[in-house]
Every structure is written in structure tokens, then in C-alpha cells.
Ligand binder design. Structure first.
Ligand SMILES: Cc1cc2nc3c(=O)[nH]c(=O)nc-3n(C[C@H](O)[C@H](O)[C@H](O)COP(=O)(O)OP(=O)(O)OC[C@H]3O[C@@H](n4cnc5c(N)ncnc54)[C@H](O)[C@@H]3O)c2cc1C
Length: 333
């Protein structure tokens, strides 16, 4: 087993996804804790040459472009087949994938095939008694756990938004090596991507975001969220994934790792627990106010103002108070 780090690039439509560069930054941070390890980036696809070149230029790391003929987009079976062969040969100590829908689709199964440990949702690297540990949230972000893997190889899924990549190209580009591997999926096929005709710009460009979580309890309570948002100019309504999964809001309004990343001046989180997948999409907000009935909700850890109240009672009082004040001062509410 070599002390080396392998990064699995995530890409779509001829471009590396931003998380690929965050994974490279994560690998560089990990590299500093280890005795002179080597870092390799692997990218898999049918036509990945130009994206491999772009990754090598930006990161300065060596990229291995594995061409799988006729591989249309991402396929978990093919990724697991190809990576099992390559990583069995290389035997790296650390394999880094994105903590994304895609990464979580193939990384745990790949770890089983390689007999490796798997630590998901990694947010930080910490040293404890000279051992490298990976920090991840448990119990919906209420507690952080530092996990040390005892196995010679460990697969890590790294949360987006935790490791900032260098915004410039590296001083000297890495090399790109290419080879072809045959692998055809037997059990699952991609039939293409259907894009929704929705745009997320209202959310990403808003100065104020009022976000609804499962704690709103009922679709009808969304009215409260819209009324609260209407008090602010250039505001937008957003939500947690559960609210979008329920069909209460559009996916273009979802905040988090699998939704939008936002940084408005003010973010009001209503009935949102603060799961790390949500927080990583909004923790860059200027000022965060959270309303939650649970005084120990993880969202309070990243909030400037924590309101322990039932939102169904609190928001109407807040709106009413604001309207009365405006009336008293002759301002438009
Ligand atoms: C790969 C992956 C990707 C994911 N991507 C995302 C993502 O992009 N975005 C995202 O949001 N999630 C994402 N998730 C889901 C995430 O893990 C959480 O499940 C989700 O964020 C929880 O949503 P929530 O806070 O609305 O609901 P819950 O966790 O159920 O929290 C509801 C909160 O409301 C509070 N509450 C209840 N009633 C009231 C009331 N009357 N007044 C005030 N507060 C009340 C409760 O105390 C609780 O804290 C992802 C998960 C995975 C595995």
C-alpha cells in the first residue's frame, strides 16, 4: 500500500464540476499531513481529454484520463468496475470523491469491493495523537465526530464548500496520461438528462432569502414564508431539500450541496434543522437568523440570531408588528 492520494474528478457536459477543484484542495491539505505522498486525479468518460487538460492546468496535479468508449455521462456500475481495477493496481492510501449524489452513488460500493474503509461527509482534517482523523457531522450536525480509519485504504467523500480551491491556474500544469478501458453497464443505463426549465437566479441574486424547512409542517404555511419575504426588497423564498422533495417549492429554490449555494446579506431559516448538506449552501450568508422550536438545532451553530419559537406563531406576530410600526410612522409596509 503506497502513501498516495487519488482524487476522482466529477464532471458534466465537458466541464469539471467545482467540487473537483475543492477535492484537489482537500488532497493538498491532506498531503501536508503525510510523508511525501503523491496525488493523482482520475477522470472517467467517453471524451474527457479537454476537461482532463483543464484540470491539470488549474490544479498543477497529474491527471489520468480513462476513456471508456460509449460511456454516456455518469454510470455507477462503470465507475465501480473501472476504479476497482485501477485502484487495486495502485493501492493508494486515500481515495477522495465528492459528497454529492454521484459520489455517494459509487463510493461506498467501491469501498466494499476494495476492502477499504469509507468515511462520508468529510468537512475537515484533524490530527489526534499523530493520527489523521476526518471530521464529519453526526445527528444532523448537532455533534462533530473525528473518525480515524484503521484500514490501509480509506475512501473519503468530501462535502462541497469546505475546502477552497485556488482560483488561479497553477504555476505549472500537471501532466495528462490517457488510456482506454472497456466497461459496459449491465444493470443500469443513463437515458440522458432532462433539464427543467427553471432558473435559480432569483435565489442566487437575492439580497434577502427566507428559507422554509420541514418545520413549516404544511404547504399552506408557505404563505407565511412568502409574506415574510415580501417585507424585504430584492428578496426570494428558498427551501431545504425536503420541502422541494415534497413538491412545496421548486428544485431551483433548493439550498445546499445538491441545490444552490447562496450568500445573501440576510438569510432567515424557518423550521430548518441545519443538516450539513443544507448549511454548506448558505453558511456564506452575511447575517443568519433562525427560527426553530428545538433550542439545540444545529442551525443555531451558524446563526447570528437564534429564535426558539414555533414559526407558525412567531412569523405572523413579526409581520403584524412590522406593519403596525410602518403604520405608526406613515411608511409603506
Ligand atoms: C447526498 C445528500 C444531499 C443532500 N442535499 C441537500 C441539499 O442540497 N439541501 C438540503 O436542504 N438538504 C439536503 N440533504 C438532506 C439533508 O440531509 C436534510 O435531510 C435536510 O436538509 C433536512 O431538511 P429540514 O431541515 O427542512 O428538515 P428536518 O431536518 O426534519 O428539520 C426540521 C426542523 O424544523 C424544526 N421545527 C419543527 N416544527 C417547527 C415549528 N413549528 N417552528 C419552528 N421550527 C420547527 C425542527 O425542530 C427541526 O429542527 C441532502 C442529503 C443527502 C444525503
Amino acid at each position: 500500500m503506497s502513501q498516495s492520494i487519488v482524487v476522482i474528478a466529477e464532471h458534466a457536459e465537458g466541464q469539471a464540476r467545482p467540487i473537483t477543484y475543492e477535492l484537489a484542495a482537500f488532497a493538498r491539505t491532506l498531503q501536508k499531513e503525510m510523508p511525501s505522498p503523491d496525488i493523482k486525479i482520475v477522470i472517467i468518460g467517453d471524451a474527457v481529454d479537454s476537461v482532463a487538460q483543464a484540470i491539470a492546468r488549474r490544479t498543477g496535479l497529474n491527471v489520468f484520463a480513462i476513456r471508456v468508449p460509449d460511456l454516456a455521462g455518469y454510470n455507477a456500475e462503470v465507475y465501480k468496475n473501472v476504479l476497482t481495477d485501477v485502484l487495486t493496481d495502485w493501492r493508494p492510501s486515500h481515495v477522495c470523491a465528492a459528497h454529492s449524489t454521484q459520489g455517494l452513488d459509487f463510493a461506498p460500493g467501491l469501498a466494499v469491493r476494495l476492502g477499504a474503509a469509507c468515511v462520508t461527509g468529510v468537512e475537515a482534517i484533524v490530527k489526534q495523537d499523530d493520527r489523521i482523523c476526518f471530521r464529519r457531522a453526526v445527528y444532523g450536525g448537532k455533534i462533530m465526530a473525528d473518525v480515524h480509519a484503521n484500514s490501509p485504504m480509506v475512501l473519503l467523500s468530501v462535502l462541497p464548500g469546505c475546502f477552497a480551491p485556488d482560483p488561479r491556474d497553477a504555476a505549472s500544469p500537471g501532466s495528462v496520461k490517457q488510456w482506454t478501458m472497456e466497461s459496459a453497464p449491465e444493470r443500469s443505463f443513463s437515458r440522458g438528462i432532462i433539464r427543467k426549465d427553471a432558473n435559480a437566479s432569483a435565489v442566487t441574486e437575492a439580497d434577502v432569502i427566507v428559507a422554509a424547512g420541514r418545520g413549516i409542517g404544511d404547504r399552506d404555511h408557505l404563505d407565511l414564508i412568502y409574506r415574510l419575504a415580501a417585507l424585504f426588497p430584492k428578496s426570494a423564498v428558498a427551501g431545504s431539500r425536503i420541502v422541494c422533495d415534497n413538491g412545496w417549492l421548486d428544485y431551483a429554490q433548493q439550498i445546499g450541496v445538491t441545490g444552490c449555494t447562496v450568500s445573501p446579506n440576510l438569510y432567515i431559516a424557518c423550521g430548518i434543522s441545519g443538516a450539513i448538506q443544507h448549511v454548506s449552501g448558505m453558511r456564506g450568508s452575511g447575517f443568519i437568523v433562525s427560527i426553530n422550536t428545538d433550542s439545540k438545532a444545529a442551525i443555531f451553530n451558524v446563526s447570528d440570531v437564534c429564535i426558539v419559537e414555533d414559526l407558525v406563531t412567531f412569523i405572523p406576530i413579526l409581520i403584524e408588528t412590522h406593519e403596525k410600526r410602518c403604520e405608526a410612522s406613515g411608511m409603506n409596509p
